[in-house]
Design a protein around this ligand. Sequence first.
Ligand SMILES: [Zn+2]
Length: 319
Amino acid sequence: MATTPDTLIDFTDGAPVDGAEEPAWIHGARSLKQCADPEIQLHRSDEHTYILRQSKAITFEAPFIYLLFGNDRAILIDTGTSADRERFPLRRTVDELVAQWLRAHPRADYRLVVAHTHGHTDHRNGDPQFADRPETVVVGHDADSVRKFFGFGDEWPGKVVTFDLGGRVLELTGIPGHHPASVAVYDPWTGFLLTGDTVMPARLYAPDYPAFLDSLDRLVEFAAVRPVTRVLGCHIEMSRTPGREYPAGCRYQPEEVPLRLPVARLAEIRDAAHAADKPGVYRHDDYIIWNGGQRIGPVLGQAAKLIGFNLRKRFGARV
Ligand SMILES: [Zn+2]
C-alpha cells in the first residue's frame, strides 16, 4: 500500500511525548550459567520508539541501542557488540519490529538507516548483520564517513544538522572527545537527547580532553534551546550507592541507577569536567570523569589489577 496523506503520522502534534517510564533493565546474574536474561531486552517507549539493551551474558558492556521510526524510514542507532546473529539476534529483532510497525502503519519502500553514537566496537560490531538487508544504509563509523553522510561538511563538529526520518526531523551535532566520530542526536518527537558514551551514568572516558570540554560546552547550549525530556547514553555503570561504580568487566549489576539523566545534569557535568583539569579520575554520585582516558589507563590498570578489575578488556572496547 502506498503512503497516503491520511496514513502520515504527525510527529509534531503533542511533542515532545517523552514516553514510557524506564523498565527494570536486564542486568546480568551472579552466575552466567543461571542468567535468564533475554539476549536483547526490548523496551517500547512509545509506538514509534524502542530502546534495546544487549544482555550482560553476551557482553559486560551491555550497551543500549535505539530504534526510531519516521514516516519514510527508521534509524537504528548503534548495533551492539556482535555480528553473530545466533548469539545476538539484533537483525531478527529489528526486522520483527519494522514488520510490526509496518503492519500498523502500512507504506511502501520503507528504509532503514544504521548509524552510530560513535565508532567504538561495542556500538558497531553488529553492523555486518545488516550488510545484506534490503533498503538499508549502514553509515560508516569514522569521523569522515559521519561528516559526509549527515552533511556536516567542513563545519564538523559544531554544526547542527538535520536528518529527516519522514516528519520526524532529528538534529545531530558532533561531540568528539570520547571518540573522534561521537555525535549527539536530538529527537523532537520524544525530546530524547542521545549522548552515546559522552554523557551517561557511567565512567566518562575522554582521551581527547579539550575536544570533550568543547563538546560539553556546545551540548549544554544545544539542550538549552530545545525541549529535552531526558538525556540518554549507552551504558549504566553506576550503582544506587552514590559514587559507587560497578567495576569494568562486571556481569551483574543488581542496583543500577536509571539510564535517564535529567537535562539539568548536563550543565553540572560540564562544570565538573572543566574542574577536572588534570589527568585523573574524578568521582561523582552517578558518573565518573576520566580525564585522559587511554593515557592514564596503563598506570591505573596496574593498580586496578591488584583489586581484580578487568581494565584491559574495558580499554580494548571503549577507549
Ligand atoms: Zn560504549
